[in-house]
Design a protein around this ligand. Structure first.
Ligand code: ADP
Ligand code: MG
Length: 687
């Protein structure tokens, strides 16, 4: 058969020598279907069979040495049919003892004067090697002198079989692997050609060679990933099918002047970035990140105003009904005197109201629609949707976002997140977006003091509550989510609520949890916002976005049950006004990381620093807390260790995707073909 025209990805694994039908079935469990998959099944470590000299072998080490048999084998039997075979051998001019356990079959091959290579654990005191592997040079040596790949195997697939099969695939199809990286990038980083790298990652000649192979493949993996994001971003720009918002700067200036505070420089900067995008013919796809309390809502309000004043409508989508209600209240207040019409759409709006609202939306009577996921349902139609703002939606990955964009004509999209994201993660999870960051908080904010106390100190915590309330402030008491049971979780909050009522009979204590109806929740929140309720006992339903500037005390019960970013979010509910604020973490952590988390919270109230430490403690996979995070599973790359490569790959990808030639030149057709296979480009013409 002539292979030269066959692409390895279209060759079923069955065609590789030694792969039977049942074995092929088993390979599927490893995600291996084709010759290419076999070659791309990389080892996770190597076994070292390189020859060593005895002089440098350390006691207890696994070594491979060359020797000549100098004594006839002797057999000792012990236990149930167990054997111990010993033979003297000469290695590096020394006489040593080789020991085999339960390897009687080798006895007849151990002839005097025969050369042998021995691999095993070295006992320096006894001058003895316990042999796990041996080869006879007169019969050929396959392993001796090499690094042998170690694959993840299982079922009836053994390490030896996998090695043989992958090697076979490499020999037959390895040379057909085509280069997929641009020549200039190969040169820039002195990367191995692809076919060479794939071969050498399985069979490195030495560790340096293996590292070179890995370096090339890690770069390839990160580059292709970043190229997908950057190409997606550029494709969107090139399509230029967005709305050009003609924004009158004077209108924006007037609105800003009407605010009860002056915008911070950071807010002004991001407003300008957003408005600049909105004026462009492509659909904006921008991430607005800023620490809790940085003042993102007013930025969103300005962008929405700009869309409306340019003759379109806006939508603000938030994850919870509580937040939707709150934004409804604050935007309505902010828009007083502008003539803008706001409306609220959540799952608990009655059918009749919903019908009226949808009609008004279609006629353009509603300018800004605020709501939960109910906003993106099929029957919600705008007269002219110009801007979608999503708040606290960091759990959306690029795939979900691309679905949202494909709904109808292309509105501008602004995604806000209050979880500061370490750059590594940001350029991975949000690499398709442009990013605006609010670094500074409004002036006059006093840093939040954080204390960690044991459960035994609740009396003092109660004293603290009393002090703040007497000073006219308000407090939150947060009860943790008990994952196994929402019912327990609610019970926990109810118990806490009863205790606080007993401890403070003269105060109004409120209760808020996930089992309450939307209108019950709204009622409690409104009462808390109006300071009719002084102490609010809540589950994590208040985690994101809730804004009651008069609240200055955040008490988190069983704080060890929360992740760092979550604690930071909770803490961000206070310190939102001019008063000094406090966060008290009540915790008796049993683990070291639990203690470490409490320490980090005490040390810093900078969200970016908290995020960095969180990433350190948890690792990237868990950082967002959900599988939906949009974080890719890299095969080889390690986001922490290969960070510098990730940065470089991102720049290279951005540069390439910005070139016209990338979209038209024949030379890039293979790269475009790789991208076209990705679901986010589904329906897009890449050539
Ligand atoms: P977040 O970024 O966490 O969403 P918010 O938008 O809720 O923050 O703002 C937090 C608080 O700060 C709100 O009460 C808001 O009115 C106030 N705020 C926003 N911008 C400023 C500013 N420039 N100066 C003073 N207070 C501000
Ligand atoms: Mg917010």
């Amino acid at each position: 058969m002539n292979h030269s025209s066959v692409a390895p990805e279209s060759v079923p694994a069955r065609q590789i020598k030694g792969v039977s039908a049942p074995k092929e079935q088993e390979l599927h469990a490893f995600g291996i279907y084709t010759a290419l998959d076999l070659m791309n099944y990389f080892p996770f470590r190597y076994e070292d069979y390189r020859l060593r000299s005895l002089a440098e072998a350390k006691d207890g080490e696994k070594i491979t040495i060359q020797g000549i048999l100098r004594g006839l084998p002797m057999v000792a039997r012990f236990g149930k049919g167990k054997t111990r075979l010993t033979a003297k051998a000469e290695a590096d001019g020394q006489l040593i003892t080789a020991v085999w356990f339960n390897r009687m079959f080798i006895k007849d091959q151990l002839q005097l004067g025969r050369e042998i290579t021995l691999t095993g654990k070295w006992d320096a005191r006894r001058m003895q090697i316990t042999v796990t592997d041996s080869e006879f040079p007169d019969k050929g040596t396959a392993k001796t002198g090499t690094l042998q790949p170690v694959y993840s195997v299982g079922g009836t697939i053994t390490q030896a079989w996998m090695r043989k099969t992958i090697r076979q695939a490499l020999e037959q199809y390895g040379p057909l692997l085509e280069e997929n990286l641009p020549e200039r990038l190969l040169r820039k980083y002195r990367l191995m050609p692809r076919s060479e790298a794939v071969y050498h990652i399985h069979h490195p000649e030495d560790p340096k060679d293996g590292q070179g192979a890995r370096r090339r493949l890690v770069y390839e993996e990160l580059f292709l990933f970043q190229l997908k994001l950057q190409a997606y971003r550029m494709l969107n720009r090139r399509k230029a099918d967005g709305i050009v918002h003609r924004v009158d700067p004077e209108v924006i200036r007037q609105f800003a002047a009407s605010l009860p505070f002056e915008l911070t420089d950071a807010q002004k900067k991001v407003v300008n970035e957003i408005l600049a995008d909105m004026r462009q013919p492509f659909a904006m796809n921008r991430l607005l990140q800023g620490d809790v309390g940085a003042g993102k809502t007013v930025v969103a309000a300005i962008a929405l105003l700009a869309a409306v004043k340019a003759g379109h409508q806006g939508a603000l989508m938030v994850p919870t009904e509580i937040l939707a209600e709150q934004h409804m209240r604050s935007l309505t207040r902010l828009y007083e005197g502008t003539g803008l019409q706001t409306a609220l759409l959540t799952g608990s709006v009655s059918d009749k109201k919903r019908r009226d609202l949808l009609a008004g939306l279609q006629m353009g009577l509603v300018d800004v629609l605020i709501g939960t996921h109910a906003l993106i349902q099929d029957d919600v139609a705008f007269r002219s949707l110009g801007l979608v703002v999503t708040d606290e939606q960091h759990r959306f990955g690029v795939n979900q976002r691309s679905v949202l964009r494909r709904k109808g004509p292309s509105p501008d999209v602004l995604t806000m997140t209050a979880t500061p994201i370490p750059r590594t993660l940001a350029i991975t999870a949000f690499g398709d977006m442009d990013v605006s960051t609010i670094k500074e908080r409004p002036k006059g904010r006093i840093p939040i003091q954080t204390y960690w106390v044991k459960h035994g100190m609740m009396d003092r915590v109660y004293g603290f509550i009393r002090r703040e309330i007497d000073a006219g402030r308000q407090a939150y008491v947060i009860c943790p989510l008990i994952e196994e049971s929402e019912k327990l979780d609610v019970q926990n909050a109810i118990d806490q609520f009863v205790q606080l009522q007993q401890a403070f009979p003269d105060l109004k204590v409120g209760l808020l949890h996930g089992r309450m109806t939307a209108s019950e929740k709204d009622e409690v929140m409104a009462a808390f916002a109006a300071a009719d309720v002084q102490v609010l006992v809540a589950t994590t339903v208040v985690e994101v976005g809730v804004d009651v500037p008069n609240a200055t005390l955040m008490i988190v019960m069983d704080a060890e049950r929360f992740g760092l970013s979550q604690l930071h979010q909770l803490r961000g509910r206070v310190g939102r006004g001019a008063h000094a604020s406090y966060c008290v973490l009540v915790a008796d952590p049993k683990t070291e990381t639990g203690k470490e988390r409490m320490a980090v919270m005490q040390e810093t109230d900078d969200g970016f620093e908290v995020a960095r430490r969180d990433l350190e403690l948890r690792g990237p996979g868990d950082f967002f807390g959900t599988k939906q995070s949009g974080m890719p599973d890299f095969k080889l790359a390690d986001m922490a260790a290969d960070f510098a490569v990730l940065e470089a790959a991102r720049e290279d990808a951005a540069e390439l995707a910005a070139e016209d030639g990338f979209w038209t030149a024949e030379a890039y057709a293979p790269l475009r073909a790789i991208l076209a296979k990705d679901p986010i480009f589904q329906g897009s013409q890449l050539d």
